[in-house]
Design a protein around this ligand. Structure first.
Ligand code: GDP
Length: 138
């Protein structure tokens, strides 16, 4: 059993895709054990994407992440990190496999609907960033 952090980004919420994304998780063995809708501030987005500080898209992506409400979730299941990344597809929707969330719904490499942790260490950091132990119903 593994846990991962998922975010439906502001574009996914604005496009009315919350239900569509959640349906894909639940159909594919990923159980939601925590969930909330929040506004991420610019400062919080800068912390969250600190690994990208200095890159040419840092300012733009942190503006985007703080531009509207997001839905943040903890997903649990066998190989949850890899499974979620498979369902999401590649960062750039042009490279994402057919049938993936990003291929079907993303409008650009930046506005790509969903976030998912990429490794166990980042999952632990990201889950702890948004949820305390009492908020996770595992
Ligand atoms: P992810 O793990 O697939 O989300 O990709 P990364 O960790 O590499 O990038 C984090 C987020 O920054 C992506 O999901 C995009 O929203 C954004 N991003 C990544 N690369 C680019 C880029 O080249 N240009 C722009 N504008 N945004 C990018």
């Amino acid at each position: 059993m593994e846990r991962t952090l998922s975010i439906i980004k502001p574009d996914g919420v604005a496009k009315g895709l919350i239900g569509e994304v959640i349906k894909r998780f639940e159909k594919n063995g990923l159980k939601i054990v925590a969930m909330k809708m929040i506004y991420i501030s610019k400062k919080e987005a800068e912390w969250f994407y600190a690994v990208h500080r200095g890159k040419n898209f840092f300012d733009s992506v942190t503006d985007f992440m703080s531009s509207g409400p997001c839905v943040v979730m903890v997903l649990e299941g066998p190989k949850a990190i890899t499974k979620n990344r498979e369902l999401m597809g590649a960062t750039n929707p042009k490279d994402a496999a057919p049938g993936t969330i990003r291929r079907e719904f993303a409008s650009s490499i930046e506005r790509n609907i969903v976030h998912g942790s990429d490794a166990p260490e980042t999952a632990a950091f990201e889950i702890g960033y948004f949820f305390n132990a009492l908020e996770i119903c595992g």
